[in-house]
Ligand binder design. Structure first.
Ligand SMILES: Nc1ncnc2c1ncn2[C@@H]1O[C@H](COP(=O)(O)OP(=O)(O)O)[C@@H](O)[C@H]1O
Ligand SMILES: [Mg+2]
Length: 293
């Protein structure tokens, strides 16, 4: 039922989607928790960047970015190609660190702690802040081994524990029913949409608190995209999610907050419904109404 709804939504125009999204946000508020409580929880910041500047050599890719990331919410980052979305999301678990010649200024806080402090344990950070990439990148191994990978490098050898965790992660990634009878098949022999869910399961298996997704559905067909979107909406109950998307309808459909980037600057950040129906900045309005980008 829900999937039918989703597919229908894929074909709606931007403003219909926004309206629908509005209704859903309102409904959420009525049904789940009293609005006071909802507002209190929505103020809890899981992560936050403060005056973040980022340079590749002398080229500045991020300019003084201040962006809050609220716990158990979906934050979407939108903007034209080359505006710094990937650079930004990679600063949130220090994935840029390996690039030679980079420089970073400002702070990135996780539960109030600056993850760029010298004494930060990078592997612990990446266990807390997991990442799913644009192009699904399963290893040339079985589905089981892909999902168990993080535990194995963490030294877990107990077969029962591995089986239990793999099953739970695949269930959470909405893939279990499709693959439970072929866990030892190569991950390269399943569909692109299934491969991307294997990668999501691999990220979930290490029980992160924040999941970063850089255009996770951009290489997928509309049906697989719908499944990934449904899954992301489900995941926010347990995780904090940051997603980069160049697809504005996708941002409107699934996110609670949206940040609009342009030339390395965070032009506007607000509740998604506001960004799409009543943006404050002219450049945001031009972008969301399709006048450029
Ligand atoms: N590894 C890199 N080395 C040098 N410049 C880079 C690198 N990655 C990205 N850039 C530059 O940084 C800017 C932002 O890129 P990116 O973060 O990939 O944008 P987006 O994800 O929004 O398309 C672009 O000008 C891009 O060319
Ligand atoms: Mg990118």
């Amino acid at each position: 039922m829900q999937r039918d709804g989703n597919q229908k939504e894929l074909k709606l125009s931007g403003s219909d989607i926004t309206k629908d999204r509005h209704n859903r946000v309102l409904k959420d508020k009525e049904e789940i928790v009293p609005s006071v409580e909802k507002e209190a929880s929505s103020r809890k910041l899981k992560m936050e960047t403060q005056n973040l500047n980022f340079y590749y050599g002398t080229a500045q890719a991020l300019k003084n970015v201040n962006l809050p990331i609220r716990e158990n919410h979906i934050t979407a980052l939108i903007g034209p190609s080359g505006c710094g979305k990937s650079t930004f999301i990679r600063t949130l678990n220090r994935m840029n660190d390996i690039i030679p010649g980079i420089r970073i200024e400002g702070k990135v806080l996780l539960d109030g702690i600056d993850i760029y402090r010298e004494d930060i344990d990078l592997s612990a950070l990446r266990r807390k802040v997991g990442m799913v990439f644009q192009k699904s990148n399963p290893f040339p191994k079985s589905i089981f081994e892909n999902v168990a990978y993080g535990l194995r490098i963490g030294g877990v050898k107990n077969k029962n524990i591995l089986e239990e965790v793999v099953e739970k992660a695949l269930k959470d990634a909405a893939l279990w029913e499709e693959v439970k009878d072929k866990l030892h098949t190569s991950s390269l022999d399943i569909s692109g949409g299934q491969q991307q869910r294997v990668c999501i399961a691999r990220a979930l298996a290490i029980e992160p608190e924040v999941i970063l997704m850089d255009e996770p559905a951009s290489a997928l067909d509309p049906i697989s995209t719908g499944k990934i979107e449904e899954l992301i909406l489900d995941l926010k109950r347990d995780y904090t999610i940051v997603i980069v998307t160049h697809n504005m309808q996708q941002s409107a459909r699934i996110s609670d907050y949206t940040g609009f980037f342009l030339l390395g600057e965070l032009v506007e950040f607000d509740q998604t419904s506001k960004i799409f129906t009543n943006p404050k900045d002219r450049r945001t309005e031009d972008y969301v109404t399709g006048r450029f980008g």
